[in-house]
Design a protein around this ligand. Structure first.
Ligand SMILES: *Cc1c(COP(=O)(O)O)cnc(C)c1O
Ligand SMILES: [Zn+2]
Length: 442
């Protein structure tokens, strides 16, 4: 019998069912993690798992056609199929970034488009697991008044969409003026109670933690380790797309540090179940304005100090007190990891250069690309290295960032690749002149 249960991160004794409403260890107060019965999973060989995952991938076999639920046995084997709330998440493209790779000196670079998803960010990968579990708990007879989250814009959009699809009430707490208009309108449109608080993300999170102490309120932040189970399929999917070979490097932008932890979990699970014999190295990329993990890395993770995050264009990672910091540090140590940071100028120019090569980056993916450029320049990542950059959101969520970049209006940024629109008279000659001017400039 397959089984997954909550355990304390610090191995305090005891465990409980995923149907329990619990987010932290009753004994030490630290986060929980989901542990799978690996002995039961080993009933299938590595080859059998690969064949099963490939058969379901992008098939018509509901719900297994979802990139997450196609790996249900590894994610949450307890949810019954009728309680699965899926919006077709996962199975995203692994883009061969040939031109960008060549420009920065890499032979093998891919960008994993995790933001090409229903609500436009990778948050959907975890939210489908969380909301399905809530639907299961309600079906079991428990009363849940609402699912709540604090958000830097993408968690709230995702939660609102899955709750709207399943008829579960959602409440989202957002920091005032710190998310993009596109992100703000998403929970509003999906009917969530949208509360805008005059504070930052860390301030919203503090209130949500108090709210979640009530028995009928369910917490959707990544403190809730269920989300990581969905997000860990990113690593499995990348490996599958590379014909079951791990890359040498995976670069992830980090804020609350759930995703880097999840990606590590996915690789470890593949190794433990015999699908991989070698792990990649992980890189966590932070904005210089919100870099508590980078500062900790500089002390060899001996120290960690939460800080006040300053405004950054990478608003989804403007977090000074990351919830999953201990999980992330443990993962980075296991994966011989590196933490790198990017200034506003570096992240905006890296995002724009990526766009020139066929991407359409959000600022957070820009942070990861900027970190990659630095590691290649330092010689840490070699020309022949096989690198995957995790793109976390769709650039269409951040039009102001992109428009202002190309008009040269972003604070602290010198727009090296600005491509402002050219106004011309509605006249064939003038249009031909503009085309010639561009050709001459190249
Ligand atoms: C949430 C988010 C991140 C950061 O992920 P964490 O798990 O909080 O580290 C990065 N980019 C985008 C676009 C996000 O929405
Ligand atoms: Zn404990």
């Amino acid at each position: 019998m397959l089984s997954a249960r909550y355990h304390c991160l610090n191995n305090c004794p005891g465990e409980c069912s995923l149907d329990t409403i619990i987010y932290s260890c009753p004994q030490c107060g630290d986060l929980l993690e989901v542990r799978h019965d690996l002995t039961a999973l080993r009933q299938k060989s590595a080859a059998e798992w690969k064949t099963l995952f490939e058969r379901r991938y992008r098939s018509n076999e509901w719900p297994y056609s979802s990139g997450i639920w196609g790996k249900k046995e590894w994610v949450n084997p307890h949810v019954t199929d009728e309680n699965i709330v899926s919006l077709g998440e996962g199975s995203t493209h692994l883009f061969r970034a040939e031109r960008f790779g060549r420009w920065i000196g890499l032979d093998h670079l891919w960008v994993k488009h995790c933001g090409n998803s229903h609500s436009g960010s990778f948050k959907d990968l975890g939210m489908t697991v969380l909301v399905s579990q809530v639907k299961q708990i309600i079906a079991n007879g428990k009363k849940i008044r609402a699912v709540v989250c604090a958000s830097t814009g993408d968690t709230s959009a995702s939660l609102a969409a899955y709750c709207a699809a399943s008829g579960i009430p959602a409440v989202v707490l957002l920091p005032k003026d710190k998310i993009s208009p596109a992100q703000l309108i998403q929970p509003i449109a999906n009917g969530a109670l949208t509360l805008v608080l005059d504070t930052d993300f860390d301030g919203c999170m503090a209130i949500v933690k108090e709210l979640a102490k009530r028995p009928d309120i369910y917490l959707a932040n990544s403190m809730n380790s269920l989300r990581l189970e969905g997000q860990k399929t990113i690593s499995i999917e990348i490996t599958q797309q590379l014909n079951w070979q791990a890359p040498d490097w995976v670069i992830v932008p980090g804020g609350n540090l759930g995703n880097i932890s999840a990606i590590g979990r996915g690789f470890l699970m593949m190794r433990d179940l015999g699908l991989l014999d070698r792990l990649p190295r992980l890189v966590c990329a932070q904005a210089e304005k919100a870099n508590p993990l980078y500062e900790s890395y500089k002390t060899n993770f001996q120290e960690f100090h939460p800080k006040r995050a300053e405004p950054t264009a990478a608003s989804a990672i403007q977090i000074g007190n990351p919830v999953s910091v201990r999980k992330a540090i443990a993962m980075l140590q296991e994966f011989d990891g590196i933490v790198e940071q990017a200034s506003e100028d570096e992240l905006a120019n890296a995002a724009a250069l990526g766009d020139k090569g066929g991407l359409f980056n959000c600022p957070h993916t820009g942070v990861a690309l900027a970190a990659l450029i630095k590691l290649v320049e330092r010689g840490e990542i070699k020309k022949a290295g096989r690198v995957v950059v995790i793109s976390t959101a769709n650039g269409l969520k951040f039009p102001e960032f992109k428009v202002r970049y190309h008009l040269g209006q972003l604070a602290e940024v010198k727009s090296q690749y600005a491509n402002a629109p050219v106004e011309v008279a509605a006249d064939l000659e003038r249009v031909m002149e503009a085309i010639k001017r561009r050709q001459n400039a190249l």
